[in-house]
Design a protein around this ligand. Structure first.
Ligand SMILES: Nc1ncnc2c1ncn2[C@@H]1O[C@H](COP(=O)(O)OP(=O)(O)OP(=O)(O)O)[C@@H](O)[C@H]1O
Ligand SMILES: [Mg+2]
Length: 170
């Protein structure tokens, strides 16, 4: 394992998870960070970070507050630009691919639910955006709500849910 050299941090970032650190020679990693650097203006938030993630593995980034975990996740989706290195998905370089062409889902740390939309409309949002047919949307939303054990909450607004319930809807 390597950890990025982060400015002003006593300890760096750790990552763990089955298959996260060793990708067999013949298996291409699903996601690969190659020596990436991410800066906010003059402040370098992530420096020389490398990680190979094998397809199907579950990976956790663990580190002190402010060490760069969210910044790294946002860089996969394209919400922040990297200032050095490369990001590969299925052997394809994606760091120069525009955000709307990356096809990456991200659950935001602050949930990012639409406060004026119901639970149903929040969950359905991405599907509607992709022109999925209404019966299929209803089926998938139902399935998702069952999965997070919130069936029957379709008509509620986010403000009527607990923090944990909002997290599950997100
Ligand atoms: N938009 C921004 N502009 C400038 N600096 C930022 C911005 N976003 C994050 N930072 C800084 O970059 C560093 C990494 O932030 P990041 O949000 O990635 O941390 P984190 O590891 O996810 O922390 P936490 O565990 O608190 O969520 C922090 O020092 C933070 O202050
Ligand atoms: Mg964070």
């Amino acid at each position: 394992m390597t950890s990025p050299k982060l400015p002003g941090q006593q300890s760096g970032l750790l990552f763990s998870g089955a298959g996260s650190d060793a990708v067999p020679e013949k298996t291409s990693p699903a996601v690969e960070f190659r020596n990436i650097e991410i800066a906010y203006g003059k402040f370098v938030a992530v420096r020389d970070f490398s990680l190979s993630i094998r397809k199907g593995s579950f990976v956790t980034l663990l580190g002190p507050s402010g060490c760069g975990k969210t910044t790294i996740l946002r860089s996969i989706a394209g919400l922040v630009d990297i200032s050095g290195g490369q990001i590969m998905i299925d052997d394809r370089r994606v760091d120069d691919v525009p955000i709307y062409k990356r096809n990456i889902g991200l659950v935001f740390q602050s949930y990012a639910l639409f406060p004026h939309k119901t639970v149903f409309d929040n969950v359905a949002f991405g599907l509607k955006y992709r022109d999925v047919l209404k019966p299929e949307i209803r089926r998938k939303v139902g399935q998702a709500l069952d999965m997070v054990r919130l069936p029957g909450s379709e008509k509620k607004l986010p403000s009527q849910l607990s923090g944990g319930q909002q997290q599950r809807i997100a």
